[in-house]
Design a protein around this ligand. Structure first.
Ligand SMILES: [Zn+2]
Length: 175
């Protein structure tokens, strides 16, 4: 995984760029939660589930099925998000899907289990650019952890903020 905080970058930058009228605060919050949700599976390590297992890290919570079903479940209470049905669905799906996409471009760990339950194979994107994040928080004080943060800034936050800025400019000029 990139660090869990960096997974929030996608809905945050999209939400900021599109503005509150399009993405209300509650919807942005929902996107942030869903973008980080797949890594709840690290709890599996505590129960002794192996990394490569479908219920291990980057397993079923990182699958396309999960990214399809969870936003649909959230739609049951879509009014809470204070936006239209389609917009809530789209934003939550993009946020959740961005998680496994980001994971698939990291330089380490096992790939993501996109095709669960049809296949237990793990997948990576054709190129890996983001340094994989260590699990131990203490390593962020060391050079290795700092290299991870730099690579996340470079590959996620910076492009995300540029996109947000671009959306902001477009929004101000075309209305
Ligand atoms: Zn992950």
């Amino acid at each position: 995984m990139p660090t869990i905080v960096t997974h929030a970058a996608v809905p945050l930058c999209l939400g900021l760029g599109l503005g509150r009228k399009i993405i209300p605060a509650r919807l942005m919050l929902g996107g942030v939660v869903l973008a980080m949700l797949p890594d709840a599976d690290v709890l599996a390590f505590k129960f002794g589930v192996a990394y490569g297992n479908a219920f291990g890290h980057r397993g079923f919570t990182h699958s396309l099925l999960f990214a399809f079903v969870v936003p649909l479940l959230c739609l049951l209470g879509y009014r809470w998000f204070r936006a239209g049905f389609i917009r809530v669905w789209l934003f939550l799906t993009v946020s959740l899907l961005s998680h496994s996409l980001l994971d698939s471009v990291t330089t380490g760990g096992k790939g993501v289990g996109w095709l669960w339950p049809w296949s237990d194979d793990r997948f990576f994107a054709p190129w890996q650019v983001i340094r994989v994040a260590p699990f131990a928080l203490s390593s962020y004080l060391e050079p290795r952890g700092q290299a991870v943060m730099w690579s996340e800034w470079q590959w996620v936050w910076l492009p995300g903020l540029l996109m947000a800025f671009l959306l902001f400019v477009l929004r101000k000029n075309f209305r």
